[in-house]
Design a protein around this ligand. Structure first.
Ligand SMILES: *Cc1c(COP(=O)(O)O)cnc(C)c1O
Ligand SMILES: [Zn+2]
Length: 500
């Protein structure tokens, strides 16, 4: 729809024209503030992680919640590329970036799908999946790359940077997303990614390779790659694209804004369930809901449940101590997990989670953020069961569903509540785990025993005693007739079909 055709009172708000100049980094440790026009990942004074704030946010609070809701709903009908993705919520994400620096590769606004009737019956609860695997690189990481790379493009356009090498360590999806967005900004941006050898799936490895990134495989697990990438970003002129980069958090806040919009901004009964790895996503989701709440866009802060595998559970362990004063963070040594993108023992964003969880529950006047842990077996079983009912959950989506079950058993969910599970990637990225399950070839340290009724294998049909088609050697018409008749009879027999 053209601007002139929108209601008069909304027109001036549709395309943002009044940019903020007030964004800055703030250290979570010593609260020092830093200039936003520099690449900065940790506090130069104390080494703690940063978050980005906007000193003009107060200006947005003056706009009534009802008007904000209209602005976002009308923006759905706009065809301005810069505002089609996560920047539909421009003022809440990065209002210092001019629209010409924002680029859109199709990220965000992923579908929210109600669980199939039969699956709801099995689970005993109405719930939804939000399919973040339907982002361009097939995981939610694209949301944060859209903001982080639009910021880099802004620095390039304004000649604050001549060119840049983007680097990251990855459990697979960060590198896929970073390499994709970097490739779009060729020749000004090049990318390099560090992966733990053998700890990303073949699909995830193929993604940065296909995008033309330099790919380095290192021994060890993700936590080891992260240390190397941190040393590189401290000592060389590179842009770090891990979620330590606070610019990524801003784009990922869009997940919270979309949930608000998906539920007509009424989040009273909504429960957001998500897997936790490096804890960037839960940071962003809490931060997003807090901003919408403070600006009056939403009236209630939804319940949030963060889920971890028993094989990589440092966040769960921290919060399992009920007395906040007694909580102590300890890193864990991870064990193999099918929720491989969340297999992290020392989450970079832990200080952000601790900080924001306090604010979140304070604003809600009760504890609204909970944590669950689930066994590997439950992750696989629930993922496969969900997909057998028409969903496309990845293993982390399975982890979320297993987390919903655990939360229901712990009495954390009531019947009228509406859980939304973040399926953070597409099922196809993790097809190898499904194969291992179906073929019963899981290495023993995963602690997964396939349930036969959830397994599925192809049936080979090869009728005996007749001529079979071979590549390059077509059958005669008569032999082909025999082949079709015998083969269809064999399949009908397998399917218990009787002739008409
Ligand atoms: C990165 C990732 C996670 C973990 O998210 P964090 O922000 O690191 O907590 C979960 N699932 C998938 C598919 C991921 O790629
Ligand atoms: Zn500091």
């Amino acid at each position: 729809m053209k601007i002139k055709d929108f209601p008069k009172e909304i027109q001036e708000f549709l395309i943002p024209t009044r940019f903020s100049t007030g964004m800055f980094y703030r250290c979570l440790g010593c609260e020092r503030e830093y200039d936003i026009y520099q690449l900065l990942y940790t506090c130069p004074a104390c080494g703690q992680v940063l978050l980005i704030y906007d000193s003009n946010f107060g200006r947005y609070k003056k706009i009534p919640g009802e008007l904000w809701r209209k602005i976002f709903d009308y923006r759905r009908m706009l065809n301005v590329p810069a505002l089609r993705g996560v920047f539909r919520y421009y003022e809440f994400i990065a209002p210092i970036i001019p629209l010409e620096a924002i680029f859109y590769l199709g990220e965000g606004h992923t579908p929210m799908i109600e669980a199939s009737a039969l699956l709801q019956n099995i689970v005993g609860q109405c719930f939804f999946f939000k399919n973040d695997g339907q982002n361009p690189s097939a995981s939610f990481k694209d949301r944060g790359m859209a903001s982080a790379f639009s910021y880099l493009k802004f620095l390039l356009l304004t000649k604050r940077l001549p060119s840049i090498l983007a680097i990251c360590a990855s459990t697979g999806d960060t590198s896929a997303a970073a390499a994709l967005y970097a490739a779009y900004l060729q020749p000004f941006v090049k990318s390099a990614v560090l992966l733990p050898q053998g700890k990303v799936t073949p699909q995830q490895l193929s993604q940065p390779l296909g995008s033309g990134a330099r790919v380095f495989e290192l021994p060890g697990v993700f936590d080891d790659c992260m240390k190397v990438v941190e040393a590189l970003s401290e000592n060389y002129p590179v842009a770090l694209l891990n979620s330590k980069n606070a610019w990524r958090i801003l784009g990922q806040e869009s997940y919270a804004y979309e949930i608000a919009q998906d539920f007509e901004y009424d989040l009273k009964n909504v429960v957001v369930i998500l897997p936790i790895g490096n804890a960037g996503n839960i940071t962003a989701i809490m931060s997003g809901f807090i901003k919408f709440f403070e600006a009056g866009v939403i009236k209630y802060l939804p319940k949030i449940i963060g889920v971890q595998s028993e094989h990589a559970n440092p966040v769960y362990r921290y919060f399992s101590e009920p007395d906040p004063k007694k909580r102590r963070f300890e890193t864990v040594t991870v064990r193999p997990s099918v929720a491989q993108a969340a297999m992290i023992g020392n989450p970079v964003s832990m200080p952000r989670v601790i900080y924001l969880e306090k604010i979140y529950s304070l604003l809600a006047r009760e504890t609204r953020v909970f944590f669950a842990q689930v066994p590997e077996q439950a992750i696989m079983d629930w993922q496969l069961l969900a997909n057998r009912h028409g969903h496309i959950a990845c293993t982390h989506g399975g982890e979320g569903l297993a987390g919903l079950i655990a939360a229901m058993e712990a009495g954390l969910i009531s019947e009228e509540e509406l859980p939304v599970i973040d399926s953070t990637a597409h099922a196809l990225k993790f097809a190898g785990f499904q194969d291992m399950y179906f073929q019963n070839t899981f290495p023993s340290d995963f602690k997964i025993t396939p349930v036969e009724k959830l397994s599925n294998r192809p049936t080979r049909i090869k009728p005996a005693g007749i001529k079979l088609p071979q590549p390059g050697e077509p059958l005669s018409e008569e032999d082909m007739g025999i082949f079709i008749k015998n083969t269809s009879a064999a399949i009908a027999d397998q399917l218990n079909l009787r002739p008409k």
